[in-house]
Design a protein around this ligand. Structure first.
Ligand code: MSP
Length: 591
């Protein structure tokens, strides 16, 4: 039985491409279909992809940094769907813990009502920004409580949790325990001396209590083995190296519960109502809950990819894998780490009063505009400073002028009175037959032909900004192509000129089709508008349809001669600076 299994696994990718390729006639090889049906069923699991965002604390409303985490995950999810994967995408809210308990009390609301209100604000933001999550989890849900209790019991039954005494520093803001070397001196706003976390700057307090401890120290060498054997498990590389560095030091055991008297808002330790489970253990299990843990998680749990900000790397790259190893579960495939958005050079935070409201900005710049900006400008390896002016400049240059201008030129009735995808004349690109194409045009064709592979590579490594850089460079080249040959100067009574004009437009529309298809994970509304204008049907927008300029390779082009879609207005309207709020921190009180 070994042979057929091997055959099935190897064939999955090829079969999938075959199924999706609109350039293959469905009637050309009817025998294939029977075989495909069988193989598709058998390789279902191999094609699963599960992407998660961190779940967001509900002590304050969403800000731009939160939207960034979600937009990256949404982009990868949409990209995997285009590639034909069965993709699951989860996001949601982290609702237990001391800081939520305190925020609810300060707002004078009961904790669950408070959490529901803020959780709805996150959801509303994500819905307004075309985020296609397939599951929205709240840690106050019953399904999650069951998953956490089960997970705890597994660790307990394996002897990995024991009753102990924790004495040390704790930051409520970060919900994190710190060693003395991670703590420094500072002054609070009233001039009082306080201790703070050196990493986050948040206040820490000395804590001394009986609680349950997890044997984290026992996992150091297994974690090192995992990372050394999987050098791409944490990306980008600089964060992988940082985790390896952390693991050079001893890992102390981790306190995984708090006394009920101090923390009521959380899940009780099974069989010990006097203790509440540590909020990070509770929160991390959300990824399993969504996967169907404890009964039904196998399909997804082998295919998990986490997006996290750099401030929560320790929890995801050390605590979480150690918990999973302890519970005998597979480790995540990839932890993608991103850096932070700052405003005025400082990390956005409610306490600093420099948060940028993503809902307001997505109304000003459109949801696609904000998505484009965050992904084009956000570099995972380093922090990025936000200003409205940067957004305005970037969107006007790249979406309105460059991409929008190109579409406008190629579909304008003056150049394209028949409103069709015109014919390609192969001789125009054959120099020996007197073709009019010049060397730069061949360079452009090469660049656009290889663009899908370039973009794929960058999407896979979460360097979305590099994918967008490559797409933008190609759009510029196509604009240069049109400009160079100035089709508006051609004499349309001359049949040779008419053929050349048609060819210029055909090539440009083909370029636009590739850009529109590749941009779907970034700017879904703009891509839809663009592809609809070109007359590209929804079934022709997958990764497998990215066959650029087939007529140049002597193949049929399904679009040639097809009527363009209706004109639904400019692709992206230029933004005027007087209509855009000057950059100012959002002073709105959230709760
Ligand atoms: N609740 C935890 C995560 C638990 S996951 C099991 C948490 N929540 S958070 O609301 O504080 O942060 C959620 C995400 O937003 C994190 O990835 C964090 O890095 C990200 N951001 C918060 N501020 C940010 C910026 N200023 N810039 C970019 N992302 C930042 O941590």
């Amino acid at each position: 039985m070994r042979f057929p299994l091997l055959f099935v696994t190897r064939s999955c990718k090829a079969v999938h491409r075959l199924q999706q390729n609109p350039f293959l006639s469905p009637n050309s090889a009817p025998w294939r279909h029977q075989r495909i049906a069988v193989l598709t069923h058998q390789c279902k699991d191999e094609r699963s992809y599960y992407i998660t965002t961190p779940i967001f604390y509900v002590n304050a409303s969403p800000h731009l940094g939160h939207l960034y985490s979600v937009v990256i995950a949404d982009c990868l999810h949409k990209y995997k769907l285009l590639q034909g994967f069965n993709s699951k995408f989860s996001t949601g809210t982290d609702e237990h813990g001391l800081k939520i308990q305190q925020a609810a009390a300060a707002a004078g609301k009961d904790a669950l009502t408070f959490c529901t209100d803020v959780s709805e604000r996150f959801k509303h933001l994500f819905d307004s920004c075309s985020i296609s999550y397939t599951d929205y989890i709240r840690t106050t849900e019953q399904r999650h409580r069951q998953a956490v209790e089960h997970f705890w019991s597994v660790l307990w039954n394996k002897g990995l949790i024991y009753k102990g005494r924790y004495e040390g520093w704790y930051s409520t803001q970060d919900e994190s325990f710190l060693t003395p070397s991670q703590v420094g001196d500072a002054m609070d706003s009233s001039g009082k001396e306080i201790k703070v976390s050196l990493e986050s700057g948040h206040k820490v307090e000395w804590m001394k209590e009986e609680n349950y401890m997890f044997r984290l120290s026992a996992f150091r060498s297994q974690l090192l083995d995992w990372l050394r054997g999987n050098p791409r498990a944490i990306q980008p590389e600089c964060f992988y190296q940082a985790v390896l560095q952390w693991l050079q030091h001893d890992l102390p055991d981790l306190s995984v519960s708090r006394q009920r008297s101090r923390l009521q808002w959380g899940i009780s330790v099974p069989d010990d109502p006097e203790q509440t489970i540590y909020v990070w253990l509770d929160a991390l299990v959300n990824y399993l809950t969504v996967a169907g843990y404890p009964d039904n998680h196998d399909q997804w749990w082998n295919a998990a990819h986490h997006i996290v900000g750099k401030d929560i790397l320790k929890f995801h790259a050390i605590y979480w894998p150690a918990f999973l190893l302890g519970a005998g579960l597979p480790l995540p495939q990839t932890i993608y780490v991103h850096s932070h958005w700052t405003a005025g050079g400082k990390k956005m935070s409610k306490s600093l009063g420099n948060v940028v409201d993503p809902l307001q900005r997505s109304q000003t710049f459109t949801s696609d505009g904000m998505r484009y900006f965050l992904l084009r400008q956000g570099v995972p390896d380093s922090d990025c400073d936000y200003t409205d002016h940067k957004v305005l400049k970037l969107l006007n240059a790249e979406l309105a002028d460059s991409l929008g201008g190109l579409l406008n030129r190629c579909t304008a009735p003056a150049l394209n009175p028949a409103q069709v995808y015109p014919s390609f004349c192969p001789q125009s690109f054959l120099r020996e037959q007197g073709g009019r194409a010049v060397v730069e045009d061949y360079h452009m064709l090469d660049a656009v032909k290889s663009l899908p592979a370039v973009v794929e590579q960058h999407y896979e490594s979460m360097h979305v900004y590099k994918a967008l850089e490559a797409i933008t460079a190609c759009v510029r080249q196509t604009n240069g192509f049109v400009q160079r040959h100035a089709p508006w100067k051609l004499d349309l009574k001359n049949s040779k000129d008419q053929q050349w004009l048609d060819t210029i437009i055909h090539v440009s529309l083909e370029c636009l089709r590739i850009y529109g298809t590749l941009l779907q994970p970034i700017v879904p509304e703009i891509s839809n508008k663009l592809l609809s204008r070109l007359g590209v049907q929804p079934s022709e927008r997958s990764w497998a349809a990215l066959n650029f300029l087939p007529r140049h390779q002597g193949l049929d082009c399904p679009f040639e001669g097809r009527a363009l879609g209706s004109n639904s207005g400019v692709l992206f309207s230029r933004l005027e600076s007087q209509n855009v709020d000057k950059q100012k921190p959002n002073k709105r009180q959230y709760n």
